[in-house]
Design a binder for this molecule. Sequence first.
Ligand code: RNT
Ligand code: ZN
Length: 425
Amino acid sequence: MKKIVPQKIENSYELAREVYAEYGVDTDAVLREMAGTTLSLHCWQGDDVTGFEAGKEGLSDGGILATGNYPGKARNGEELRADLEFALSLIPGRHRVNLHAIYAETGGKLIDRDQLEPGHFLTWIEWAKERQLGLDFNPTFFSHPLAASGFTLASKDRKIREFWIEHAKRCRAIAATIGRRLGTPCINNLWIPDGSKDLLTGRLEHRALLLDSLDQIYAEQYDPALLRDAVESKLFGIGSEAYVVGSHEFYLAYVMNKDLLLCLDLGHFHPTENIADKLSTLLLFKKELLLHISRGVRWDSDHVVILNDEVIALMQEIKRCEAFHRVYLALDFFDASINRITAWVTGARATLKAILLARLEPTALFRAAEANGDYGTRLALMEEFKTLPFTAVWHKYCLEQNVPVGAAWLAQVKDYEKQILAKRS
Ligand code: RNT
Ligand code: ZN
């Protein structure tokens, strides 16, 4: 792929700026907003959600599954951090990194999840601090013998439930420490795989148990400057086809009058459900919101994000609600069948493209037509907007942010693959 000459990017941008200005859109202002746009890059794409726990081979039981065995996956903290750094160098803007509890570094010692402490994440914290990256966090309720029954926080087994409650409490403490050390609140998101493969009669019973577990977990108050807690629902998973304890209604009802964020994962709803439409409701009732940007494909909820209608509609809705400062954007996908850095960069760049597209939207014009009852004009303008010179602004954003323009980043990934990934067995 030949590199695009910077002067050509500047020239195209100048033309694009004029075009957008005709629609009342200030592209320079949009680029300034983009410079402050942050995604949370999920570390688990780098190793197929394996983690570093002693004696573990990665995902086993528990509702999520990474398929494929493309060579070169990260095998430890150093490799994962090196891969993350490289991926981040190809993604425009300044972003955060999202960790899971299974990425604890315990020096080879077997520390079970109910024994984890902030110290086990010191290397991550130091690394993030040096690079001025924020960190987010997730307790890990899967890939563990005590998750094998299909129930964790909603388990009827008192010992199992207590184990996971303790894990969740410790993760909050870890996340708060991360937030304090890095000077930016850590978003701690809770997702559990609990559910049933087939019909069951104890739906109410398990949900009552989850309710009680959550009440215990969130009883302790933390300074929101350090920690923000979120809960993530799901529709179904592998092994939980007939019933998911933590459904959308469950968490929606649970967070309503609490200091908790709701997390919507794009892959966790019915395929024809309009997730963008949910925002204007949630934003009326909640101050903030967490999104897991993902792509559902049939039964899988974790394909690499692409610039599709769903993601564009979501970003447009955030823009139209003027809510970019109230919505945390985290990526959540894992594909083990392609180069993992390619996966990260593709998904992150696609998400940022959707955000840029939304920010360039001449919303004021649509609104004016709508206020006049001129719906034909509204529709026509929306169509015109789709083919404005977006790419010129995107290229300018990449240039300004010092990352490869266009597909040039792919050559760098190939090089990294040859120099580094290929040497991992
Ligand atoms: C699973 C949820 C959850 C996980 C990560 C690894 O369906 O989406 O967010 O993907 O925690
Ligand atoms: Zn998710």
